[in-house]
Design a binder for this molecule. Structure first.
Ligand SMILES: O=P(O)(O)OC[C@H]1O[C@H](OP(=O)(O)OP(=O)(O)O)[C@H](O)[C@@H]1O
Ligand code: HPA
Ligand SMILES: [Mg+2]
Length: 178
């Protein structure tokens, strides 16, 4: 089956405004503290790069990345979450914020929060740009959420279908082409 871009779900302007609000909230919550921001490659890379620039200098921000994959070239999860690249930082005793593009089934975030908690951080919070509650299979507590979205496969602003469309500045729905 091939997929094509359909309508815009969230515009570039709406994303920009919401990312600014999230950055302000995180700045308030972590003022005076050191915070290790863990970005989940590849999907979170665009969101993370805008988000960190909206966190002010009251927070001592460090950035690290890990890479996971479970969707491959499909709109359905394989159900198997694999770490392809781990973080380099020792997070024991540190404040950590995982930054993700989307919580869909929640399998990725429940796996990652379990793995991160085993490393004994002082605190672990989760920030997602998008949450798709109708698809949750695993409940994970989200501390910062950009937008709640309906049960549609979306691309753009870092999110892909089969590796494509991450570069689009807005969030689009993709549908099977007829
Ligand atoms: O809540 P879930 O159902 O687990 O889905 C969410 C995860 O799936 C996507 O990653 P993917 O495995 O496609 O890797 P990518 O970030 O490299 O695109 C997305 O970026 C999230 O990490
Ligand atoms: O809707 C989605 N779009 C892109 N990648 C995803 N990974 C989980 N859900 C999605
Ligand atoms: Mg993906």
């Amino acid at each position: 089956m091939s997929y094509e871009l359909s309508e815009i779900l969230i515009s570039e302007e709406e994303i920009k405004k919401r990312v600014m609000e999230l950055g302000r909230q995180i700045s308030k919550d972590y003022a005076g503290k050191e915070l290790i921001i863990v970005g989940v490659l590849k999907g979170a890379v665009i969101f993370l790069s805008d988000l960190v620039r909206n966190i002010d200098s009251s927070v001592k921000v460090k950035i690290d990345f890990l890479a996971v994959s479970s969707y491959g070239a499909s709109t359905k999860t394989s159900g198997i979450v694999r770490i392809i690249k781990d973080i380099d930082t020792d997070i024991k005793g540190c404040e950590v914020l995982i930054v993700e593009d989307i919580m869909d089934t929640g399998l990725t975030l429940s796996y990652l929060s379990r793995i991160m908690m085993e490393r004994e951080p002082r605190g672990l919070k989760i920030c997602v740009l998008l949450d798709k509650p109708e698809r949750h299979q695993s409940e994970v507590n989200i501390d910062y959420c950009g937008f709640t979205i309906p049960d549609e496969f979306v691309v753009g602003y870092g999110l892909d279908y089969a590796g494509l469309w991450r570069n689009l500045p807005s969030i689009y729905v993709v549908r099977p082409s007829i």
